[in-house]
Design a protein around this ligand. Sequence first.
Ligand code: PLP
Length: 326
Amino acid sequence: MQQKYNLGFFPTPLHKLENLSKKYNDYTLYIKRDDQTGLATGGNKTRKLEYLIQEALNQGCDTIITAGAQQSNHCRQTAAACAHIGLTCHLLLGGEAPSSYDGNLLLSSILGANIHFTGNNRKGEDVNNLVSQLEKEGKKCYVIPYGGSNIIGALGFVNAVKELQNQLTNYQTSIDYIFFASSSGGMQAGLTLGKELYDLNTTLIPISIDKEETGGKTLEKHVFTIIKEGRKVLNLERTWFEKDIYLNREYDKDGYGVITKNEQRAINELAQKEGILLDPVYTGRAFYGMLDFLDKKKLPKNSNILFWHTGGIPAIFSTPKTPSVK
Ligand SMILES: *Cc1c(COP(=O)(O)O)cnc(C)c1O
């Protein structure tokens, strides 16, 4: 495997959800805490950035450019990684400049990133213009794709499978199903490849968060593209077909970043039963999906089920605020 630059605290904790396992007593529920990776409030992008930033350093780059939503966790973690290493960070964020900053946007600015608001170009369409401008100024730029989702970033999640497997061996347990939020596809591709490489016998249930396409491609297609590249990089014998890419689209209908009573219910359930915070955009939606599976008893009795918490906590402190419901 490629080298990586250490940016977080790994392994992230893996533990049982005691109270929820009692409530849903047909199942045993676990959680993997990538909300605790440690990089400026943590999150799953830290794993991808360890590989992406290492590649940028290998290429002698001094400037990192990436794009995302205004409340992008990826952009905030990229800004933190750049600050830590002493790289210049430019963020292209969709929409117009708000009158005041909150949540991830506030943190990205505190972390010293150069922030550009890109109006309707919400997914990094303006990146080439910025690169040519900065190159004229003598900068050496490294562009991290939307969400850090290419094969380099996905290696972070190939490695995460090994990390999980070691924890499961130590705890003498196994996991039948893994739920997580899938949005730019790097995590899903990395876990799929890692499962194959390390022969981890578990079923992934990626919950789609964003019903829109990125760069004219569905998320399923993007995951497939990364996996095809990954099987070469990792020398895997298995071939994948597009139809092999499973993505659960039952919960993305309301659109990206729209907080409904479903996300609220999930956030309140985990907060009030276990004292653990979810975010309103990603993990709130994915955890709701898992609760829906449990309520409807869609999985076999006695299954061990893992929720992979991917972070996103700063979005709780953004507008619209997440109201609490009892
Ligand atoms: C980015 C992100 C995801 C999705 O990961 P992808 O690799 O982009 O699919 C899930 N949860 C949170 C909190 C994220 O920031």
